[in-house]
Design a protein around this ligand. Structure first.
Ligand code: TRH
Length: 372
């Protein structure tokens, strides 16, 4: 019998990536694989920003075919699922672990995404519990067939194509090298936001920069020297118009990415969504101690850039490093904007190539089916 009941545990460390990834996975397992999925989340208020219809007051609620359960400090075990996913080493509740001993489930620790080569060797490695008769298995998403793959819904590329096609037909779509360039901006506030905006304002190519409300807002207010700027408003300086959007639902955020010529993204989930757009992007990795994030950035670029024409690859590579290390120069934007047509050809191709790999949810299903 195929295990039908899955529990996913998600602790929101900070930001939105943990819940962003867990929700997509839960939804896909329920939708595409007909599983009963319960998603335990410790902070429903943060979750509500991505999934606006959540009621943070409820201990359990159905949403999109998944049961969302509030993981509180007084967690009480009612049942143990057949498959348990501990997302990003979030540490399951002690009582739940003890309850697992009676009938051990398939216990998976879902790791963060990285393009580093060591990931292949650690993917699907077991780790016995130090005291109890339990073992968990490390599951690493990744970019190669020897990893757990990337999250991608079955119909994602089809939805994207329909959306982009509809934009072209209604005349909203602006081809590259026409004006203005549509750019979405989601980044950590350590990035050189002011330098980027100033370069966009001074560049020959007009830019419409769409910014969902986030920790960037104070920096944008300071750039325009206007403390009143808020969601729903826009400001213009030189060739640049910045439009502040409300923080979007996950579905709307995908549509924003599909509609732009270039997307600035960060962390894990928006990064992958940007890759699936087939459009150019700039990824800012989640900032970690000892520059671990720069190692991750380099590993990704080494995997992703081959095949791109050398001049454009050099420009895009440099821009990524300068953005991630907060050392953007006034020239950086000018150079990147001129390399976009070449980058665009590459990103379309890379999205197609990566979509040939089995997606992460399907790989989890295969892993569970073959588990011994
Ligand atoms: O928010 P993040 O910085 O999350 C990070 C990373 O996941 C990182 O790996 C993790 O260690 C850290 O959190 C704790 O970036 P990320 O991963 O892109 O998640 C953002 C989510 O928010 C993603 O699901 C897209 C979604 N989103 C919206 O739904 N609406 C919006 O308007 C925006 C800007 C994002």
């Amino acid at each position: 019998m195929r295990p039908k009941h899955w529990d996913i545990f998600c602790r929101i460390v900070d930001n939105f990536g943990d819940i962003g990834v867990c929700w997509r996975l839960a939804r896909q397992l329920a939708d595409e694989h007909g599983l009963h999925v319960r998603l335990w989340v410790d902070d429903l208020i943060v979750a509500q920003r991505l999934l606006p219809t959540i009621n943070p007051e409820l201990p359990q609620q159905p949403l999109g075919g998944v049961t969302i359960a509030h993981w509180t400090a007084d967690f009480a075990v009612d049942s143990v699922a057949e498959v348990v996913i501990e997302a990003f080493a979030c540490e399951l509740p002690d009582d739940y672990i003890l309850a697992m001993v009676a009938k051990p489930p398939i216990w998976i620790n879902l790791e963060y995404l990285s393009a580093e080569t060591w990931v292949e060797a650690f993917h699907q490695q077991p780790s016995p519990h130090p005291r109890l008769a339990l073992k968990k298995t490390f599951f690493f998403p990744g970019f190669t067939t020897l990893t757990g793959g990337l999250l991608r819904e079955n119909d994602l590329i089809k939805h994207r194509d329909h959306y982009q096609q509809a934009m072209t037909e209604t005349g909203n779509e602006v081809p590259l090298l026409e004006t203005p360039l549509r750019v979405s901006l989601f980044a950590y506030p350590q990035a050189n936001i002011a330098t980027l905006l100033a370069s966009m304002a001074e560049n020959d190519r007009p830019v419409l920069c769409l910014v969902p409300e986030s920790s960037l807002l104070p920096l944008i207010r300071s750039f325009f020297q206007d403390d009143t700027l808020q969601a729903g408003e826009q400001r213009t300086q030189g060739a640049l118009t910045v439009s502040i959007l409300p923080f979007l639902s996950q579905v709307e955020y995908d549509q924003l990415l599909w509609s732009c010529d270039l997307n600035f993204v960060r962390g894990e989930d928006s990064w992958i969504r940007a890759i699936w757009t087939g459009r150019p992007f700039v990824w800012q990795p989640y900032i970690q101690a000892e520059d671990t994030h720069i190692t991750k950035l380099q590993a990704f670029l080494e995997r992703y850039l081959p095949g791109l024409e050398p001049e454009a690859a050099k420009t895009w590579h440099r821009f990524h490093h300068d953005w991630a290390q907060s050392r953007l120069s006034p020239d950086s934007w000018h150079q990147l904007s001129h390399a976009l047509p070449a980058i665009q050809n590459h990103t379309i191709q890379q999205a197609l190539t990566l979509a040939e790999q089995a997606d992460m949810a399907s790989q989890l299903i295969i892993f569970v089916r073959n588990f011994q």
